[in-house]
Design a protein around this ligand. Structure first.
Ligand SMILES: [Mg+2]
Length: 311
């Protein structure tokens, strides 16, 4: 291993969050001993120069986005972050300084979330290619996306839209405490983080119903009350604001489906209110997503959400 790579791993061996059961980088494999009786959740994510961030973005932004979007997946499972591994491949011309600045920034981000880094890999590539794998501890029953029965109330956290155009997507806020509280107290029927826009992500939740897959019921759909949808402040006066709120993507807010009997308790939960958890509509036993106005009339909105352009 060259000197620069060693210097990267020294950053994670020297005082950095340590946790019982999570070894420091240095061996071929990370030895992990999770607390007895706890289930582990695993997720991975990537950040690619020119796809998720600009070549001109500083290393700190690369580190923030990489870790936080991955943490957002743990938030969607209501999990407690437990250990991280990550890989970096950078163009040689970015140089050792950029590389070490990235490693230090990743360590600082991990520290901010109390997350030990157990290892990873360093390589070169024509553009910056980063990956992150996170392990989390389950806190009770993990909802996943697929336990809908066709009568749930839908909620979202925070506000939607404008994340890309405002630059907020560069440092998303993973809703970890919210996800944990929901899983511990309200057993959501389904939960996910919104990364590609409500119009792309909600069908992913609706389409996961086991009964539907087995052909036992018609497809689930959803009625969304558009005036209830929390929209980013800067979009309120913008005629394209709604399209951005449902289709721009990179919100990293939680979409939550709860049994109807829990709606009242959730609406009155002060901790959940702090996260701005808002009721936005209903799951219905009728395919498709309908956006409704105050009078219950169906509105035509054009938004397709984030899609990679494959040829
Ligand atoms: Mg996700």
């Amino acid at each position: 291993m060259g000197v620069a790579e060693e210097a990267v791993w020294d950053i994670f061996r020297n005082p950095s969050p340590r946790r019982k059961g999570v070894g420091a980088p240095g061996d071929d494999c990370a030895l992990l001993q999770p607390p007895p009786g706890r289930s582990l959740l695993q997720t991975c994510d990537q950040v690619i120069e020119g796809v998720h961030l600009l070549p001109s973005d500083p290393p700190k932004v690369y580190a923030q986005k990489l870790l936080r979007r991955c943490l957002s997946d743990l938030a969607a499972a209501g999990a407690t972050p437990w250990a991280a591994q990550w890989t970096m491949a950078i163009p040689p011309e970015r140089g050792r300084r950029w590389m070490l600045a990235l490693a230090k920034a990743f360590r600082a981000e991990a520290e901010a979330f109390g997350l030990p880094v157990a290892g990873g890999d360093v390589s070169q590539a024509p553009v910056v290619v980063l990956t992150c794998t996170l392990l989390g501890l389950a806190n009770g029953k993990v909802p996943g996306r697929g336990k809908l029965r066709g009568n749930e109330t839908l909620f979202v956290s925070g506000s939607l839209g404008g994340a890309v155009s405002s630059g907020r997507h560069r440092c998303p806020e993973p809703r970890l405490a919210l996800g944990q509280r929901l899983v511990e107290h309200y057993a959501p029927r389904a939960m996910m983080d919104l990364s590609d826009g409500l119009v792309r992500d909600l069908p992913r939740m609706l389409g996961r119903s086991p009964e539907q897959k087995a052909g036992q019921v018609a497809a689930w759909g959803a009625d969304i009350r558009l005036p209830k949808l929390p929209i980013a402040n800067e979009l309120e006066a913008n005629p394209a604001g709604w399209a951005s709120a449902i289709g721009e993507g990179e919100d990293y807010e939680l979409l939550v489906a709860l049994a109807p009997r829990q709606t009242k308790a959730v609406a009155e939960d002060r901790v959940l209110q702090k996260f701005g958890l808002r009721e936005i509509g209903q799951v219905v036993p009728q395919a498709g997503i309908r956006f409704l106005d105050d009078g219950g009339r169906s509105l035509r909105l054009k938004a397709k959400g984030w899609e990679y352009g494959w040829r």
